[in-house]
Design a protein around this ligand. Structure first.
Ligand code: ADP
Length: 317
């Protein structure tokens, strides 16, 4: 399954509480109302459904002894019965648990019971940027600077650890109660080994696929920068840059770098998009280039956004 629509194409938001008797019976059957980790002795109350992914359902969980809220990804073992699927989850967990940064979803704990694998993560209860775009259609330039500064800091942390995320997209930029951005979903992420600069094999299809990845020339840090350019474009216009009716046409446009530059943007925004949506990965702007770019250093970047910005355009003084 390939998504090129920038909306991840998946997951309806969970509505209401997952633990009452109405609504989805499937939820009732699969995930207990109280989840216990027999090893650590911790128990969690299952609250509302936050979202669904390829394998996982994600619930708000409350630690019954501390009352702290977490996001819990619940993966039914039946969904990862094949060794390759299970290995993929184990790899994601092994990588994610080593990460600690202000702009990366914090990993707390993981365990399993007979039925499910549970991954306990920092609660990002304002969902993700894809969700905001769904409500708002597009964002103002100051807002995009606000989000991008935090995304870029998170990705800089990953790249410094030699980790390529490989699926940077609005659906993987999560938001906390305070409107802090956290990068999540390390399902396609990989540690670029010493001496081996690029990975040629990827399991899964990134949303914003770079030209060199389409041409099977490998998947390095620069592919993350291409995806970042696509994410910025989508926030500013409400549409992914290379969207067409078919995957084939989209891929042709990517290889031609054929997109419409939105006319109403300030010069630094256009310059940033051009520098990121650059076909040659060696010429493409790097992460330090983004952080030092006029878009983030010469223009107004709000230090905070009000939560109302999830649904209505904020007014800046
Ligand atoms: P999968 O790996 O199975 O595709 P995802 O990681 O995409 O699962 O998670 C599925 C959904 O769960 C996400 O789209 C989002 O709505 C929600 N989600 C995931 N992680 C969190 C989190 N830390 N906080 C809040 N919601 C989350």
């Amino acid at each position: 399954k390939v998504h090129v629509d920038g909306n991840d194409g998946k997951k309806k938001d969970g509505s209401g509480s997952g633990n009452n008797n109405g609504g989805s019976k499937k939820v009732q059957v699969e995930v207990p109302a109280t989840i216990a980790d027999s090893e650590s002795g911790r128990t969690y109350n299952r609250l509302r459904l936050l979202g669904r992914g390829g394998f996982a359902k994600c619930f708000e969980l409350r630690d019954t002894s501390t009352n702290v809220l977490f996001a819990g990804k619940v993966i039914p073992k039946t969904r990862v019965a094949k060794p390759a699927q299970r290995e993929k989850i184990d790899r994601e967990v092994a990588l994610h648990r080593t990460l600690l940064h202000r702009h990366v979803v914090a990993f707390h704990h993981s365990f399993e019971d007979e039925q499910n694998i549970y991954i306990i993560l920092e609660n990002c209860n304002r969902k993700c940027l894809a969700n905001i775009i769904r409500h708002r259609k597009s964002l103002t330039e100051p807002e995009v600077r606000y989000y991008l500064r935090q995304v870029a800091e998170g990705v800089r942390y990953l790249h410094r650890l030699q980790i390529v995320h490989r699926d940077l997209k609005l659906g993987n930029f999560f938001l906390t109660e305070n409107m802090d951005v956290k990068i999540g979903d390390f399902g396609l992420a990989t540690n670029v080994e010493e001496g081996e600069e690029k990975r040629r094999t990827i399991c899964g299809t990134p949303n914003y696929i770079a030209p060199e990845v389409l041409q099977k020339k490998g998947h390095g840090f620069a592919a993350d920068m291409w995806a970042m350019g696509c994410a910025i474009y989508t926030m500013l216009t409400g549409k992914p840059p290379f969207e067409t009716a078919t995957l084939k046409d989209t891929y042709a446009r990517i290889l031609d770098v054929q997109y419409v530059m939105p006319p109403r943007l300030v010069t630094s925004s256009k310059a940033l998009l051009r520098a990121l949506l650059c076909k040659d990965p060696l010429q493409r702007l790097t992460l330090d280039g983004v952080i030092e770019h006029g878009f983030l250093t010469k223009e107004f970047v709000p230090t905070r956004l009000p939560p109302t910005a999830c649904t209505v355009e904020p007014k800046f003084p």
